[in-house]
Design a protein around this ligand. Structure first.
Ligand SMILES: C[S@@+](CC[C@H](N)C(=O)[O-])C[C@H]1O[C@@H](n2cnc3c(N)ncnc32)[C@H](O)[C@@H]1O
Length: 389
């Protein structure tokens, strides 16, 4: 049996979000949770695989580890893979693909071992059915991932398909949208509590406000997704998946929350509006057009989370002047708030002119970024400490 009742999952995420993902997986019911680099592994059953795909806000891909074995060379790899019964997972008229990640001197590159695994899977079908299934590089029905570390080979199958950060609610985006998973991670790291207002006064296509709204209402991100890879597998248990979806949907709530997005560019704001409607959170997210300098702070103390331009994707004439004005705005109008800036610009970060009390390294694609946290005290810090005594 390739798929046993206790499955070991390897769930990938972005660097810096592993700890949060491990908590999320525990909350969803994962066992034996272990943190790795850009991934977390845990144990669960098939229903858990469906649940993580449907409900995780931080997972990029949910892979199931099938087996691990030592290998000596390409022929040995072929023989070991041929021993497994691949007809359990898909039909011969379905397609498959193989991706290989190599950290070993056994092969010069990853193409040859990938080819050996492809041949073995195809030959397994030929032995059983007389026919070989087709390989498809794009949108295959079964994606097999091969990890070769020194002389150890691990085979995994991708239960998600396309990366889960593509939630499916985005109708359109403007130039530099944040990944939905990264936005969700930033909101979790910020410590925002839904009874407090959340402001993104440079919201672009609305990713931060939308992810915050989905989170506050417990709307599972998988709701917008058209397909998960596991739905094409032979063992797909449709009734179980339906039950899991229904249970997760029962958790949706209508608690009152106040989430504000503001954007200077009219065209970009139109995209944000379309995305907010597509995600079904137009009653939670209030959007406005304008310069952040004119944006009026909502009543009550809350959290500001912004992702200002940092010159990589959006050209800004004077980054330092822009970030200095952001810092001034925080000081002048947001006393009592917690503020967070997510940026890839060290010059911009310096120009804010406020001392940050948190600095978290994250990556936006290849760009080394920081999430900077500022505690904006009401009154002076001196007052605050004197009042504590
Ligand atoms: C990096 S993008 C934000 C992307 C956004 N997080 C998303 O996921 O789509 C920065 C945004 O700040 C906006 N912006 C730049 N200057 C602004 C200003 N003075 N007031 C308000 N928004 C501004 C830009 O138009 C741009 O959409």
């Amino acid at each position: 049996m390739l798929l046993k009742s206790d499955l070991r999952l390897v769930v990938s995420t972005y660097a810096g979000l592993e700890e949060l993902l491990s908590k999320e997986l525990r909350q969803l019911g994962g066992r034996d949770v272990e943190i790795h680099t850009r991934a977390v592994s845990c144990v669960g059953d098939l229903g858990f695989v469906y649940k993580v795909n449907f409900s995780s806000r931080l997972a990029l891909r949910v892979m199931i580890s099938l087996t691990s074995f030592p290998i000596k060379d390409g022929d040995d790899l072929y023989e070991q893979v041929l021993k497994l019964d691949w007809t359990e997972l898909m039909k011969v008229n379905q397609t498959f693909s193989v991706r290989c990640t190599l950290n070993s001197d056994l092969f010069d590159n990853n193409l040859y071992p990938a080819l050996k695994v492809k041949d073995a899977i195809a030959d397994c079908f030929r032995k059983e059915t007389g026919k070989r299934p087709d390989v498809s590089k794009t949108d295959s029905d079964l994606e097999v991932n091969v990890f070769i570390n020194k002389n150890k080979c691990t085979l995994l199958i991708n239960s998600s398909g396309d990366s889960l950060h593509r939630r499916g609610y985005r109708v359109d985006v403007d130039k530099a949208p944040l990944s939905e998973v990264l936005a969700a991670g930033i909101i979790m790291l910020s410590g925002w509590e839904p009874h407090k207002p959340l402001v993104d006064f440079m919201c672009g296509s609305g990713t931060i406000p939308i992810e915050a709204a989905l989170m506050s209402a417990n709307i599972p991100p998988g709701l917008f997704r058209k397909k998960f890879a596991f739905e094409k597998w032979l063992n797909f248990d449709e009734a179980l998946y339906k039950t899991i979806r229904e249970k997760q949907l029962e958790r949706i709530n209508d608690q009152p929350v106040r989430i504000y997005g503001n954007e200077i560019n009219k065209y970009t704001l139109e995209k944000a509006k379309e995305n907010v409607v597509s995600a079904g959170v137009e009653d939670i997210v209030e959007l406005s057009l304008g310069d952040f300098r004119d944006f009026e702070r909502p009543q009550g103390n809350g959290v500001v989370i912004i992702n200002p331009p940092y010159g990589e994707k959006l050209q800004v004439e004077d980054i330092e002047a822009l970030y200095k004005e952001i810092g001034d705005k925080f000081k002048k109008s947001y006393a009592g708030y917690k503020a967070w800036i997510f940026t890839g610009s060290p010059e911009g970060a310096k120009a804010v002119g406020l001392r940050n009390n948190r600095k978290i390294q994250l990556f936006n694609g290849p760009i080394d970024c920081r999430l900077l946290g500022y505690e904006l005290f009401e009154g002076s810090k001196k007052d605050l400490y004197q009042n504590k005594e």
